[in-house]
Write a protein that binds this ligand. Structure first.
Ligand SMILES: Nc1ncnc2c1ncn2[C@@H]1O[C@H](COP(=O)(O)OP(=O)(O)OP(=O)(O)O)[C@@H](O)[C@H]1O
Ligand SMILES: [Mg+2]
Length: 319
């Protein structure tokens, strides 16, 4: 059976980056010519998948001149797209690097207001496109105007279509969707705390909190990403800690999205959940080796994966 990958991004962004020599108030700051990159959870997963050699259909809501620009940028990268139009203008975020001290300032925008008919239109497209065994990867925040149960509605469509729903989001949208049937969830530590209703999680508590989550939810696989500490895989039957190699870290932007893309590539190759997390960790670490919003590069990811596989097996506890 041919398994397709569809990514879903409801609040995409154009990441605009500039540099300036010194930042001070009340003066005109002369910036370099900007560079533009497509961004937003699912869009980055599609871009990372492309870099890893896998195609996907990148489905997103976009509008206005910035929406057109986003489509051009993705066309340029050869990403197949399905754009659901909205009246509001797609947001653009700004990253300013101060070259006098190499500090980066990142300004994020909320995104356009999305009308009910607009978010309903993307649900209809999903109903039309999704087929049995497809991977549907929803990643990123909701736009203003969207209901917090939006991803719960997406999960219900995926379940009806027997597609595999992969979710990477945060806040109330994550809490609500976590009650659904989900194939893979990829919270980071902060997001797992939100899900568990606690302020923070220490390394000592992590496994028991993950187990509690798995016992209480209809989730096949939980992958908790731990930044420079790698990731924890939890299924109903096993738990495994995957360390990340130490790399020369330039920017962690896009690490989570590259990790999700790597996990999907591994699943498409029929690998186990354990190998899936190892390749995901390798791709996440590979993404941190490059400046700015650059995602993982396949050669780096493949080398890091070999390193991870060579590590002594980390105890797999029966739970
Ligand atoms: N400093 C680092 N060194 C090595 N690997 C890293 C580092 N930071 C992240 N990674 C890798 O990337 C994966 C995902 O990173 P992280 O846990 O920071 O995700 P996230 O918080 O969801 O990130 P994002 O900001 O992209 O949403 C980690 O599991 C790890 O494999
Ligand atoms: Mg993340």
């Amino acid at each position: 059976m041919h398994m397709r990958v569809i990514t879903l991004t409801v609040n995409p962004v154009i990441d605009k980056s500039v540099s300036v020599a010194g930042i001070s108030p009340n003066t005109k700051l002369r910036c370099s010519a900007p560079t533009y990159n497509p961004g937003g959870g699912g869009i980055n997963v599609s871009r990372a998948l492309k870099k890893l050699g896998s195609d996907s259909l990148c489905m997103y809501l976009a509008g206005g001149p910035t929406g057109h620009h986003l489509k051009q940028l993705l066309d340029h990268e050869g990403v197949e797209q399905l754009v659901v139009p909205i009246k509001g203008w797609t947001r653009d975020n700004l990253a300013v690097t101060d070259t006098s001290n190499n500090q980066q300032y990142r300004f994020g925008m909320p995104g356009p207001h999305v009308e009910k008919e607009e978010w309903e239109a993307i649900l209809k497209q999903l109903e039309q496109y999704l087929k049995e065994s497809d991977y549907l990867v929803a990643s990123g925040k909701l736009s203003p105007g969207m209901p917090n149960d939006f991803y719960t509605q997406v999960a219900a469509i995926a379940q009806t279509k027997k597609a595999r729903f992969v979710l990477d989001t945060s806040g109330e949208a994550l809490i609500q969707a976590s009650k659904s049937n989900i194939y893979i969830m990829k919270p980071n530590l902060g997001e797992l705390s939100t899900l568990s209703g606690i302020d923070s999680i220490s390394a000592l508590e992590l496994e028991s909190i993950a187990k509690k989550f798995m016992d209480g939810h209809d989730c096949e696989t939980l992958v908790v990403s731990l930044g420079a500490k790698g990731a924890l895989l939890a299924t109903k039957y096993e738990m495994e800690h995957v360390p990340t190699p130490t790399v020369l870290q330039k920017s962690t932007i896009g690490a989570g999205d590259s990790m999700v893309a790597g996990m999907i590539v591994s699943l498409l190759q029929g690998k186990t959940f354990s190998d899936m997390v190892k390749y995901g960790v390798a791709c996440g670490a590979a993404a941190t080796m490059h400046e700015g919003t650059q995602l993982c590069n396949k050669d780096d990811a493949d080398k890091l994966y070999e390193w991870i596989k060579r590590q002594k097996n980390i105890p797999v506890k029966s739970i």
